[in-house]
Design a protein around this ligand. Structure first.
Ligand code: SAH
Ligand code: SF4
Ligand code: F3S
Length: 454
């Protein structure tokens, strides 16, 4: 253990997907034995890590503006004779390592998502020289991560799979995160049990392409995600299971059936990107819009109350008004509970970046606004429809106001309630009284149990 005198401050800022959030926690775990304690603010930090995202141009730009903003911290400490380590991690580091070192000469370390288990050695080096580590090592970073880590709390993430072999033509992930890799089922089950022993009640299984999971099972066969969920479902004390993010192509029957299990939450984020078959083909998604409709129908059959969210890209190269209308129609057909939607952003090195038929930004903006208006209407209608229902809510954090707690409904909505702090980390029945654009509020049900409204 580090003594007080050796305590150092570590500031980590994270962009991008849940996988990056997860990785930031693990970096903190690795650095803790070296005396680094996570600080909320960058002032007086001994080390600053920016864990970056490369998915869209805007996400990437933020790295350089933040580096510029944080630089005075480094300069000020240097005057006092203290070296503050600046590190850029994550997917921008992986994709643009050398460019970062060139453009921001004060950055000491640049390392990709597959290499941060080597952080202690990198730090030793960086106190002398600058470091770039963007290898794709043969062995997995999971083998080297400390098995003991801080409890992530009552609702926690568990990484089961990394990387992506799908190569959608717009996407950087296969290049920044590398090839698909699945952990073994045994390893995951043991970690899930340890998390539950530490107080976790809800586990979200995580992966860039989580339902492409194909890990070695304890019986010698290869397990898919459906089978893994069945095994995790057996863990006493675990109450809720979710997984993210999936691809429609990997929704096999075993996984669809797993949705009938009571601990699997009736909510699925299943990105479709477009409703036009022509655009889906140009995106290399390898599914059609009808294939997506069929999967949704099967899931609704397996689990009556399931609701969906998705990701959409508008104005992909070559998207006509008719293609866009196909997307709008798919949205009307499915009726989503919540969604993310983005304007297409050309990413260097991806096949789509060289495609003809770029859509003018004015048209892209206008289509995005139309799609978002429809998606917002659906989300609002879904939330309003919950008024009067009694939903079990896992109150995992304080709300925005005094005396308020906040948590997630089974349908992944944020729910706010006035509640005694001792109810934090509990699953409580909440009678929904208000449905807002992006959240719900309600009252804790006391006394006899009220059944959920149909
Ligand atoms: N693995 C997930 C999502 C990864 S990225 C999947 O397969 O769906 C999250 C979302 O960002 C994507 O679903 C997509 O909608 C969006 N996205 C990815 N690349 C993009 C780009 N070049 N331009 C705009 N949006 C993009
Ligand atoms: Fe990107 Fe497609 Fe892989 Fe998702 S499935 S991470 S969108 S390449
Ligand atoms: Fe972004 Fe990398 Fe995740 S590009 S979305 S942080 S995998």
């Amino acid at each position: 253990m580090a003594t007080n005198a050796e305590k150092k401050k570590l500031y980590i800022k994270t962009w991008g997907c849940q996988m990056n959030v997860y990785d930031s926690h693990r970096m903190a775990d690795i650095l803790r034995p070296l005396g680094y304690e996570v600080a909320e603010e960058p002032d007086n930090a001994d080390m600053v890590i920016l864990n970056t995202c490369h998915i869209r141009e805007k996400a990437t730009d933020k790295v350089f503006s933040d580096l510029g903003r944080l630089r005075p911290i480094k300069d000020k400490s240097a005057k006092d004779g203290k070296k503050v380590l600046f590190a850029v991690a994550g997917c921008v580091a992986q994709a643009e390592g050398d460019f970062i070192l060139e453009r921001a000469p004060y950055v000491d370390m640049v390392f990709g998502p597959q290499t941060y288990h080597a952080l202690p050695e990198m730090i030793i080096k960086a106190t002398g020289e600058r470091v770039v580590n963007t290898d794709f090592p043969v062995d997995s970073k999971f083998d080297k991560l400390p098995s003991e880590h801080d409890s992530q709390g009552v609702a926690a993430y568990l990484s089961i799979q990394e990387g992506c072999d799908k190569f959608c033509t717009f996407c950087v992930v296969p290049y920044t995160r590398g090839a698909e890799y699945s952990r073994t089922a045994q390893e995951i089950i043991e970690e899930a049990k340890a998390m539950v022993d530490n107080g976790t009640k809800e586990i979200t299984l995580l992966g860039q392409n989580v339902n492409a999971f194909h890990g070695d099972g304890p019986d010698g066969s290869t397990w898919g995600l459906g089978k893994l969920i069945e095994a995790i479902h057996e863990i006493d004390g675990l109450e809720r299971i979710r997984y993210s993010t999936s691809h429609p192509r990997d929704m096999d029957d075993e996984l669809i059936e797993a949705h009938a299990l009571p601990k699997v939450m009736p909510f699925l984020h299943l990105p479709v990107q477009s409703g036009s078959d022509k655009i889906l083909e140009a995106m290399n998604r390898k599914h059609t819009s009808d294939h997506y409709r069929e999967i949704i129908a099967k899931l609704r059959k397996a689990r009556k109350d399931i609701v969906f969210s998705s990701d959409f890209i508008v104005a992909f190269p070559g998207e006509t008004e008719a293609d866009f209308e196909d997307t709008m129609q798919l949205v009307r057909d499915i009726d989503f509970a919540s969604c993310y939607s983005f304007k297409y952003s050309a990413r260097p090195g991806t096949p789509a970046a060289n495609m003809q038929g770029l859509i003018h930004d004015k048209i892209a903006t206008e289509r995005l606004a139309r799609l978002q208006a429809l998606l917002n209407d659906q989300q609002k209608a879904f939330n309003e429809n919950c008024i009067g229902m009694t939903l079990p809510v896992l109150l995992d954090r304080k709300g925005k106001r005094d005396g308020q707690l906040q948590g997630r409904s089974p349908f992944n909505q944020s729910v706010y309630v006035q509640a005694n702090e001792r109810l934090k980390d509990q699953i409580v029945d909440v009678k929904i009284t208000h449905g807002f654009d992006k959240s719900l509020s309600g009252e804790i049900v006391t006394g006899e149990t009220v059944l959920a409204a149909e």
